[in-house]
Unconditional design. Structure first.
Length: 303
């Protein structure tokens, strides 16, 4: 594969301005050039200017080998602008696919169209939870397969619109467990914690060794983590693997004013320790056994 392709870890979602989100696949150097050109040309405003000619001119300059979807917030709507990427409808839901994994994800959506929410809530949690489910599975399967270092780069980030513009989901704790038929469970060894320092993404892996990956953004200053940090997750995601290979998943959102018993500890940006809420996982495992009997594979918990 060409060395310019992002076959390693890379941020595939770049928030250039509060109103502009770039999703890309293909040549890293070309995507970086486009993002840097947009950052230099666009005024640093929270709202889109009336005549954004520079935006379209730069997107149109994108060379072969790179795909882009630019999402633009204008008023109360979001508009997609595509470079070598087309959207399509599946069960009356609009979907855009980029990159080498597009075919696999399309097949996945055909088998599980319910993964794209048909009705959204005012707080947007349903859509965020659904995409976290895909991101969590992507991380788990890449580790089980070729490992993160040889992964295809995407699947780690989820962005969403707010009243103040685009934001990325931060402080995600993902844990994978093996669930036995009798309801007992054990740690599978495939868990992660992701967070942002500035615009850089730090992705920490738990077991068989603790390792933190620094995934830099093409924008902003290099991150400088604090010497010692204790961080509580904003989201926890549990994935239970049954002896049959069936998956049961549960997501929990934690409002900022209600921290939970789960936390991780960092030293100069490197993971050095973590604590988990066993009582909560016990309850989710008990419910998972019930859900399996009822044919349910996923449930979102409000905390």
């Amino acid at each position: 594969m060409d060395k310019d392709y992002a076959e390693g870890l890379a941020q595939k979602l770049i928030i250039v301005r509060p109103y502009l989100l770039i999703a890309w696949a293909g040549l890293r150097r070309e995507a970086t050039r486009i993002v840097e050109a947009l950052d230099a040309a666009l005024p640093r405003t929270k709202q889109l200017e009336e005549h954004p000619e520079a935006l379209f001119e730069i997107l149109n300059s994108c060379s072969e080998g790179t795909e882009i979807v630019a999402l633009v917030i204008a008023g109360s709507s979001i508009f997609p602008f595509c470079v070598r990427t087309r959207g399509f409808e599946i069960d009356d839901k609009r979907v855009y696919l980029l990159g080498s994994g597009a075919g696999d994800f399309f097949s996945f959506l055909q088998e599980c169209p319910e993964l794209v929410p048909s009705q959204e809530q005012a707080d947007g949690l349903l859509a965020r939870t659904t995409m976290l489910r895909f991101a969590a599975r992507a991380m788990a399967f890449q580790v089980i397969g070729k490992g993160l270092e040889n992964s295809w780069g995407g699947g780690f980030e989820v962005a969403f619109p707010t009243r103040d513009g685009f934001q990325k989901i931060d402080r995600l704790m993902f844990r994978a467990w093996k669930l036995e038929r009798d309801g007992t469970y054990e740690y599978s060894g495939h868990s992660f914690f992701s967070r942002y320092v500035g615009q850089d993404l730090l992705l920490s892996r738990f077991n068989p060794e603790e390792k933190t990956y620094l995934i830099k953004s093409p924008l902003g200053q290099p991150s400088v983590p604090d010497a010692h940090e204790t961080i509580w997750p904003e989201w926890t995601f549990e994935l239970f693997i049954l002896p049959t290979g069936q998956l049961v998943e549960a997501a929990r959102y934690h409002p900022p004013h209600r921290p939970v018993s789960d936390f991780v500890e960092y030293s100069h940006g490197a993971l050095v320790g973590w604590h988990w809420d066993k009582a909560y996982v016990d309850e989710v495992a008990r419910q998972a056994a019930v859900f399996v009997a009822e044919g349910v594979g996923f449930k979102r918990h409000r905390y």
